[in-house]
Design a binder for this molecule. Structure first.
Ligand SMILES: NC(=O)c1ccc[n+]([C@@H]2O[C@H](COP(=O)([O-])OP(=O)(O)OC[C@H]3O[C@@H](n4cnc5c(N)ncnc54)[C@H](OP(=O)(O)O)[C@@H]3O)[C@@H](O)[C@H]2O)c1
Length: 300
């Protein structure tokens, strides 16, 4: 049974991106740039943001951080987002979720220019994804599909490869637990685009186990409810654990690994998390390239 090392896989892809960026002028006006907005100071969000900023610095992406007060009103937040939309030096923008309840999340997200929306959360970018014409793949589902591709490649070749070929999932049953706009729904669309037969479970499904028993590929993305034992799954199943929860001060996923019959699983921490950060870097690089900044010869 394979324990997928998301940290190693992300590191290999990060090296590749760093190398690609060496071919661009090191001047600030010709580096990829992302702005991360945080409303309030939630500790978990601050930790995720610092991981993203550190990763940007490692590869040579400029990361700007805007922290707004917890009580910021819609108009002020709107002004800040519009300023970033209009900043020609900024290629990408993300709004760290969750945001405080008094703000209308959907309305705020739709203020982000779709060209800079590297999290693929705006209605426009979600529409493009769901009509099979994606501008960006959302970061966490992209991380998951890259991990699934890695499993099939590892099975065939036996070693980590930063860019495994896209796998065709014809004939395979994929079960997703969770139906959020951030993870579950776009994940279902991406798996469908790869020809998997997809079942989406959620809090109103009732007997989720019934579907999980039949799955070849599983995406667990709830972070809530009872954790799922690996014993539930059929022999040879691939389980990608997106869930994050804190129990007795310990970080854990939705999966309890207590059997050996799986083909592969992702650990928490060290599985989907580092790959999600890497997806953000790659989407920012795509936004940068689409902005027509030109590569120059590397100075030795
Ligand atoms: N590792 C990473 O990089 C990463 C990135 C993003 C998210 N996450 C984690 O992934 C998890 C999901 O994130 P999210 O943004 O999708 O969360 P979310 O918006 O809270 O959605 C959770 C989903 O789980 C479903 N659910 C809750 N309890 C359930 C149960 N007992 N049985 C079946 N389904 C259940 C909910 O169903 P209903 O729709 O019916 O309410 C909902 O669709 C969280 O733990 C989050 O922290 C990790």
């Amino acid at each position: 049974m394979l324990r997928l090392d998301g940290k190693l896989f992300a590191f290999l892809r990060e090296l590749h991106l760093k190398e690609l960026l060496c071919h661009y002028d090191p001047g600030e006006s010709n580096r990829p740039c992302i702005t991360i907005i945080q409303v309030g100071k939630k500790k978990a969000s601050s930790i995720y943001i610092s991981r993203k900023i550190e990763a940007c610095h490692r590869v040579g992406i400029i990361a700007k951080y805007l922290n707004l007060d917890e009580t910021v009103d819609f108009e002020k937040l709107k002004d800040e987002i519009i300023k970033i939309n209009q900043d020609n030096l900024c290629d990408a923008m993300i709004l760290q979720l969750p945001i405080p309840q008094h703000l209308d999340k959907k309305k705020v997200i739709d203020l982000i220019s779709p060209i800079k929306d590297v999290d693929c959360l705006t209605s426009s970018n979600q529409g493009l994804l769901f009509t099979q014409n994606p501008r960006y793949f959302p970061c966490t589902p992209l991380a998951c599909i890259n991990l699934i591709d890695l499993v099939f490649h590892l099975k065939k070749i036996g070693k980590y490869e930063p860019f495994p070929p896209a796998s065709d999932l014809s004939g395979l049953h994929a079960v997703i637990v969770g139906r959020s706009n951030l993870v579950g729904r776009p994940m279902a669309e991406i798996l469908l685009q790869r020809n998997a037969t997809v079942t989406v479970c959620h809090s109103k499904t009732g007997d989720t186990i019934r579907y999980l028993k039949d799955a070849d590929i599983v995406i667990l993305a709830t972070g809530a409810g009872p954790r799922t034992s690996s014993k539930v799954f059929r022999s040879g199943a691939i389980v990608i654990d997106v869930g994050i929860r804190l129990e007795n001060g310990k970080l854990m996923g939705d999966l309890i690994v207590e059997s050996e019959q799986l083909l592969a699983f992702t650990p928490v921490p060290g599985g989907v998390g580092p790959m999600t950060v890497q997806s953000l870097l790659e989407n920012t690089f795509t936004a940068f390239k689409n902005g027509n900044k030109t590569p120059v010869n590397r100075v030795s």
